[in-house]
Each structure stands twice: as structure tokens, then as C-alpha cells.
Ligand binder design. Structure first.
Ligand code: FES
Length: 203
């Protein structure tokens, strides 16, 4: 009998907690450990959702916009470009020269002694395999960034039938390699791939 009287009352998690009064005298029923844990969990969940809602516009603003994504690659239809002609397309804010080379221009590019070039590169490294007639280069002079002439039929093409940069007199050949003047490097090659026999995707 003495044991029973000395033992504290037992409660299970499903039972209401003990009654207690706050300093104002209000009596609270059942605010035991279970309810306190629930309140803590709920507060934590609302905080996490709140941070997510606040962060979303910021994270979303870091994604590239649709127009930027569209500019990251450019599809070019080659069929309308006749042999000997060239067109200029814009890609990532830069002009890209697409030239349909003639057999003579390809021959000129191949007959060069690569070892004598300022920026040595064989013609085969400047075009895609089996697509020797298509030369695609970034149309920005590697000296100080002018756009070389040679795209229009009436343009001067320099001493090597490629492009001529009038800013300080750099000459590029039919593979876009620098041959004379202050430019230190060949015209750069953009990343591109043929998506069909007559179509390329630049970028
Ligand atoms: S920018 Fe082309 S030669 Fe100077």
C-alpha cells in the first residue's frame, strides 16, 4: 500500500498532460511534451517553406532567360549559299563568317607550308571532315577586334583571297589563317556541328 501512494501518476503520450496554471492563474489542460513537440515541428516547417518562397525568385533570376538561351546557338541553312559566296550570322553578339569555298580556294588553303605560318594549323583542322567546302570562323580580327572585309563580292579579300582587316592591314587566307599584318592568331573557330547535310548549328 505504501508503494502505491508514493508512485507518481503515469501518463501515456495519448493521455492529456498534467494541469497547471500560468502566473495569471489561467489553468492549462494537457500541454505536455507531445503538444510542445508538435508546435516546434510546425514552426520549423513554416520557416522552411517561408525561406523557400523567398529564395525562389532569386534562384529563378539566376537562370538564363529564353532569349539568352536562343542566342546560345544559331542554326544556319547552307543550301542557299552558292559556291564562292559567304554570309554573316550573329552568334553570341559576334559576327560569324560562313563561306562556301570554291575548289580553287580549298586548293590554295591546302598548298600552304603549315610550318611557315604564324599560327600553324592545317586546313583540315579548320573544317569538319568531309565538309571541306564550308569554312566557318568568327569574323573578329585577332589584332584589336575589327571585323575584316571579304564577305561581300565587292570587298577586298587581301593578298591571300580570304579576308582583309583595314584597321591595321592584317591579311587572312581562305582557311581564315593570318598570313600578314599585326594579327597574332588565325580567325577563331566557333563551336559548331552539322545537324544535316545542309544545316549547321553554331554553339
Ligand atoms: S584590328 Fe585588324 S589589323 Fe588591327
Amino acid at each position: 500500500m505504501a508503494d502505491v501512494l508514493a508512485s507518481p501518476p503515469k501518463t501515456s503520450p495519448s493521455e492529456p498532460g498534467p494541469r497547471h496554471a500560468d502566473p495569471a492563474g489561467t489553468v492549462h489542460e494537457g500541454e505536455g511534451p507531445v503538444r510542445r513537440d508538435f508546435l516546434k515541428l510546425a514552426a520549423g516547417s513554416f520557416a522552411a517553406v517561408g525561406v523557400g518562397v523567398l529564395a525562389w525568385p532569386f534562384i529563378h533570376s539566376m537562370n538564363p532567360s529564353a532569349d539568352v538561351l536562343a542566342l546560345s546557338s544559331t542554326d544556319v541553312e547552307l543550301a542557299p549559299i552558292a559556291e564562292g559566296q559567304a554570309i554573316t550570322v550573329m552568334w553570341r553578339g559576334k559576327p560569324v563568317f560562313v563561306r562556301h569555298r570554291t575548289a580553287k580556294e580549298i586548293q590554295e588553303a591546302r598548298s600552304v607550308n603549315v610550318g611557315e605560318l604564324r599560327d600553324p594549323a592545317p586546313d583540315s583542322a579548320r573544317v569538319k571532315p568531309g565538309k571541306d567546302q564550308w569554312l566557318i570562323v568568327i569574323g573578329v580580327c585577332t589584332h584589336l577586334g575589327c571585323v575584316p572585309l571579304g564577305q561581300k563580292p565587292t570587298d577586298p579579300r587581301g593578298d591571300y583571297d580570304g579576308w582583309f582587316c583595314p584597321c591595321h592591314g592584317s591579311h587572312y587566307d581562305t582557311a581564315g589563317r593570318v598570313r600578314r599584318g599585326p594579327a597574332p592568331l588565325n580567325l577563331a573557330l566557333p563551336t559548331y556541328a552539322f545537324t544535316s547535310d545542309t544545316r549547321v548549328r553554331i554553339g
